[in-house]
Design a protein around this ligand. Structure first.
Ligand SMILES: *[C@@H]1O[C@H](CO)[C@@H](O)[C@H](O)[C@H]1NC(C)=O
Ligand SMILES: *[C@@H]1O[C@H](CO)[C@@H](O)[C@H](O)[C@H]1NC(C)=O
Ligand SMILES: *[C@@H]1O[C@H](CO)[C@@H](O)[C@H](O)[C@H]1NC(C)=O
Ligand SMILES: *[C@@H]1O[C@H](CO)[C@@H](O)[C@H](O)[C@H]1NC(C)=O
Length: 580
């Protein structure tokens, strides 16, 4: 019997639909900017920084207004992004003050027991690259085992820095260590002066016999130690800020001039050479983390100093990528995602007083806090022909959602052997669902559960409780200016019992905590969230802490160096290897 025409049509429609959405295996360009605030971008309300290309993504795609970084700090946020899991699950959440890797020669990093979206897509036949910042470790036991290197985590190609950009990476930009340790340096200076004064006083009176020999040894030992520390930080940019192409160091120290242009050139080359293969490009901008820089075309051009210049150059770079997609006729086969790893770093003020940290719009706090300003980041998706242009979604979503979304679209099953905290965003973005799968989001400050967000079903309310809040210094400021970042424990925080409760749908600025008087369901809400938290905690398993002191300190035997030590670890091969 011949099939009915309508059955045939249905069948063809079904195939078309399936091939449109799932079989065509789109390319991915995942863009992450470092420390960019949600208030720094035009489509999120900035009127004075020019970001036409980023705004174009919003105009031609989906804009999330409540997109949350899984952590308010680089290393844990990136670990969660890469794996679709809370950083605490991979041991990438610190228990101490040191929440990120700052030395290239530390032994911690993302374990290969973890699965990144790059690993999965590479297996599925994708060509994969990361260009820019990695910040998830390098070596474990030897300086060439590259156990944590991007190429050991599913990337075919790497061009960038393994640790992070810091003020100390560019001579003349000051030191983040001096900024962070200012109070200790001052205290040490005061104590030493006092000790010296007392000593001189005692020796003048002649009442006590002075052990000159012992003093000489102690003084010599202290000077050598102090000298070594000063020498290390003096040479910080040689030891920690170098450029790698795959496993090879091609510039040490990295010359940051034109660096946004250089990574753009690399990205364009990658796109052009993969026109005929599905590809995944993780474009991980080193800006707008300090030290800030901009090329000649952008320097002095924005109305917000070098910070604005750097953003406008990043925006130019995003435009170059989009233009290349147009030129290669890949725009409809490529999903473009844009985000920031955490909120703007408000405490970044240069030694001359210039504002080097961005703007988080109406939101409170910034990087290193779980106030909205620390975690609510830009979240844009563009896929012409599949996602409706100009869609705005206010539901809470997470940067951990990218992992399952990308896997699903690439036709790879989401792993069943571990907990994945992200959810596929396609139903929400395509309008098949109006509610985010993220009913509860757990906001960690390093390893400490700081706050919980409850997107209550069938209700417009989005509740957020805080178990503790950072002590801002000075007290009435919007950040921790005295310590450069806010810390997550001890005397740096105020513990709240009962927890502070906000309804973000009515109070996105987190101004007025609710009370049993102002919110009749106060206790019920806390109870529901408490239950969800307990359920969440039950799913956590003990893992090695990759950010323990032992894993973050500088280990001389892990130091990489492109030339012999007598050549001071200097080399510059990037010019020779430049792609035309
Ligand atoms: C940066 O670009 C400018 C203009 O193209 C060029 O003159 C300069 O030499 C470049 N700097 C480096 C370090 O490549
Ligand atoms: C735009 O961004 C700059 C730089 O962060 C900031 O100073 C300014 O206040 C922002 N403008 C608005 C309207 O948010
Ligand atoms: C891409 O998709 C859009 C929207 O469906 C369509 O208008 C356009 O013609 C497509 N472009 C190409 C090059 O296929
Ligand atoms: C929300 O409302 C829908 C339809 O009114 C209902 O089917 C569903 O069970 C409700 N969900 C919850 C969690 O109350």
């Amino acid at each position: 019997m011949k099939p009915q025409p309508w059955i045939r049509t249905m069948f063809i429609l079904h195939i078309l639909r399936a091939s449109c959405v799932y079989s065509s295996r789109p390319n991915f360009i995942l863009i992450m900017v470092d420390d960019l605030g949600i208030g720094d971008v035009g489509c999120y309300g900035n009127k004075t920084i020019r970001t036409p290309n980023i705004d174009r993504l919003a105009k031609e795609g989906v804009m999330f207004t409540q997109h949350l970084a899984a952590s308010p700090l680089c290393t844990p946020s990136r670990a969660a992004f890469m794996t679709g899991r809370y950083a605490i699950r991979s041991g990438m959440a610190s228990e101490s003050r040191m929440g990120v890797f700052i030395f290239s020669a530390s032994s911690g990093g993302l374990s290969t027991d973890e699965l990144t979206f790059a690993t999965v897509l590479k297996k599925a036949g994708y060509s994969t690259a990361i260009i820019g910042k990695w910040h998830l470790g390098l070596n474990c036991e030897k300086n060439d085992d590259f156990c944590h290197h991007p190429l050991n985590h599913g990337f075919d190609y790497f061009y960038g820095i393994t640790t992070t950009n810091l003020r100390d990476c560019i001579p003349g930009h000051g030191s983040v260590f001096v900024a962070g340790a200012a109070e200790y340096i001052r205290a040490m200076f005061q104590i030493s002066s006092l000790a010296l004064f007392t000593f001189v006083l005692i020796s003048c009176t002649g009442l006590v016999a002075i052990p000159w020999k012992r003093i000489f040894y102690i003084a010599s030992f202290t000077s050598v130690l102090l000298g070594a520390v000063i020498l290390f930080f003096w040479n910080f940019h040689y030891l920690n800020c170098f450029l790698m192409r795959n496993y090879k160091i091609i510039q040490q120290p990295l010359v940051f001039d034109n660096f946004t242009q250089r990574i753009t050139r690399e990205a364009l080359h990658f796109i052009k050479s993969n026109k005929d293969t599905p590809f995944l490009l993780f474009m991980s901008y080193v800006q707008v983390h300090t030290a800030l820089y901009a090329s000649q075309n952008f320097k002095g051009k924005s109305s917000h100093g070098i910070y604005g210049d750097a953003i406008e150059e990043v925006d130019w770079s995003v435009g170059e990528l989009l233009n290349e997609l147009d030129k290669s006729h890949l725009q409809n086969q490529t999903v473009v995602y844009f985000t920031s790893d955490n909120g703007a770093h408000l405490e970044e003020i240069s030694s001359s007083g210039e504002v080097h940290g961005g703007c988080n719009g109406i939101y409170k706090g910034g990087k290193s806090t779980s106030w909205e300003g620390g975690i609510r980041v830009p979240g844009l998706f563009r896929w012409p022909g599949v996602l409706e242009a100009g869609t705005v979604i206010n539901e809470p979503t997470s940067n951990m959602d990218i992992f399952p979304t990308v896997l699903k679209l690439a036709g790879s099953p989401v792993p069943q052997d571990r907990i994945i905290d992200g959810h596929d965003l396609m139903p929400l973005m395509q309008g098949e669902s109006i509610t985010s799968e993220q009913e509860f989001l757990f906001h960690y400050c390093n390893a400490y559960l700081n706050a919980v967000r409850w997107n209550q079903r069938n209700s417009s309310s989005v509740w957020k409780v805080f178990y503790f809040t950072p002590n801002f210094q000075p007290k009435d400021s919007n950040g921790c200016f005295a310590s450069h970042v806010c810390f997550c424990f001890g005397s740096f925080v105020t513990v709240h019992d009962p927890p502070l409760l906000y309804d973000l749908s009515k109070d996105p600025e987190e101004k007025s905590p609710l009370t049993p008087q102002t919110e009749p369901d106060f206790l019920k809400i806390l109870e529901t969230i408490q239950q969800a938290t307990e359920n969440h905690k039950k799913t956590l398993q003990a893992v090695d802490n990759q950010l323990s002191w032992n894993n973050v300190i500088w280990k001389p035997w892990l130091q990489v160096c492109c030339s012999s030590w007598t050549d001071f670890c200097y080399c510059d091969l990037d010019k020779d290897l430049r792609i035309e």
